[in-house]
Design a protein around this ligand. Structure first.
Ligand SMILES: [Ca+2]
Length: 119
């Protein structure tokens, strides 16, 4: 009985010791990277963040969905090129921004973006 308890404690200790090693530094860093979407020009005011590497197929369906058709500038703080579309489902007229760049949304896309994804 005593031997089994000791064995279990060792197993738990080993699992805890391994946990930090399984998360790669790159993955941990990615969690802090994001696309910052602003409804003002030049990133002024509040922005909403989309996680690095993820797409949003319909801005109406996210918690901050009131931002559909409102985005006027974008700050891409990720290593991914991102494409933006005037329609949900990555459809319609599109525009892209390179990694680590920020830009005002071009006039033909201003206040029209409804979806975005790495591309
Ligand atoms: Ca739209």
């Amino acid at each position: 009985m005593k031997k089994r308890i000791v064995g279990a404690a060792v197993a738990v200790g080993a699992a805890l010791a391994l946990a930090p090693l399984t998360a790669s530094p790159a993955a941990a860093e990615d969690a802090h990277l994001s696309i910052c979407l602003s409804y003002n020009l030049e990133g002024a005011g509040n922005c909403q963040s989309a996680g690095a590497g993820y797409g949003i197929s319909n801005l109406k369906e996210v918690a901050w969905g009131g931002w559909n058709d409102t985005i006027s500038s974008v700050n891409n703080r990720t290593p991914y090129r991102y494409c933006f579309y005037v329609d949900a489902g990555y459809q319609g007229t599109s525009w892209s921004i390179d990694p680590w760049q920020w830009s005002n949304v071009p006039s033909y896309m201003d206040n029209k973006i409804s979806s975005l994804r790495p591309c």
